[in-house]
Ligand binder design. Structure first.
Ligand code: SF4
Length: 322
């Protein structure tokens, strides 16, 4: 690992791959939180004669590939940092996925987790983690077990969760008292909390703390309920097709449009690469939006949206109660 970053960007592996492909131009893409650490990679690639472009666009997941831009730039490789392969289709330029694992001493956090779980009477805990931290689950398993807790990690997924894929938690939910998510922020753990009927806690390696997610979960559920109820009164819906490679569900959007029209509502098709309230608010004649791309855009941002904004799952609920 480079001594300039807490993340492992696997620079040697990247350079070997670039060399073996004979790539002279590459495009590097990373989430905003990892962009500040790209200097070392940029300098090392440049030093071996490679022209490096760094995308300044946001990058939210493996669904959000800049391969189309890479093709326009004539890049022979896309280096996609921070996510695993997500898209089922072939990328427009050969893509190397670098998970960017985050390595810190977790012993203190394991100790805090033991105390936190025992204080709440948890005997059997399921472990999940985001990509940057999934490698540290082994240390958590050992630490929790040696302190008398039963621990379950889903074999098939290795405990890995994404913002929109929490199978690793769902598959073990029936056999544990609570789920402990290892990772920073609330994003991934919230996805878990919204999908299982169990207490969900976060062991946060960045803050070195363990916390509960129940309050946030209740707030988000109340907002989802409000959005669906409000949308029942909408006369005009905006069906948003998201242009990002792994979020493109045009046929699903057209299907919802048809079903809404069958119920006497109007529905306009919209398309966007970046979905945010600044952009949506310009379409003033729409009463409620349905985003058929990333399901988390509406879930995490309803507070700042000025109108009810639903995801695909919410739309199904809406159609049932219309
Ligand atoms: S669809 Fe949304 S939650 Fe899923 S990987 Fe993409 S950005 Fe993350």
């Amino acid at each position: 690992m480079s001594n300039l970053t807490p993340y492992n960007f696997e620079v040697e592996k990247i350079i070997n791959e670039v060399r073996s492909r004979g790539a002279k131009t590459v495009l590097v893409q990373a989430p905003d939180g990892l962009k500040p650490y790209l200097k070392d990679l940029w300098m090392k690639l440049s030093s071996v004669g490679v022209t490096v472009y760094i995308s300044t666009d946001p990058c939210y997941g493996g669904c959000d590939l800049a391969d189309g831009i890479g093709r326009k730039l004539g890049a022979e490789m896309l280096i996609h940092i921070g996510h695993n392969k997500f898209v089922k289709t072939k990328e427009e330029v050969p893509t190397l996925y670098i998970p960017a694992t985050y390595s810190v001493d977790i012993s203190g956090l394991v100790g805090k987790s033991v105390e936190f779980l025992k204080d709440r009477g948890i005997r059997k805990v399921g472990l999940v983690a985001s990509l940057q931290h999934v490698h540290s689950l082994r240390g958590f398993v050992e630490g929790l077990k040696s302190n008398g807790l039963d621990v379950v990690v889903d074999d098939a997924t290795g405990g890995l969760v994404l913002g929109c894929d929490v199978e690793a938690a769902k598959r073990i939910a029936g056999s544990v008292d609570a789920i402990l998510h290892v990772g920073g922020g609330d994003f991934h753990a919230l996805g878990v909390a919204l999908s299982v009927d169990l207490p969900v806690y976060i062991a946060d390696p960045y803050r070195g703390e363990v916390r509960d997610l129940e309050k946030l979960k209740r707030k988000i559920l109340a907002r989802r309920w409000w959005a669906v109820q409000e949308a029942r009164n909408a006369k005009v819906f905006g069906l948003i097709v998201v242009a990002k490679t792994g979020q493109f569900y045009k046929d699903y959007a057209l299907l919802i449009k048809k079903e809404l029209e069958a119920k006497g509502r109007k529905a306009v098709m919209l398309v966007a690469d970046e979905v945010n309230w600044e952009r949506l608010s310009t379409i003033t004649f729409v009463d409620s939006f349905i985003i058929t791309g990333c399901p988390r855009i509406s879930v995490d941002n309803q507070e700042i949206f000025g109108k009810p904004v639903l995801n695909g799952e919410d739309a199904k609920e809406l159609l049932k109660v219309m």
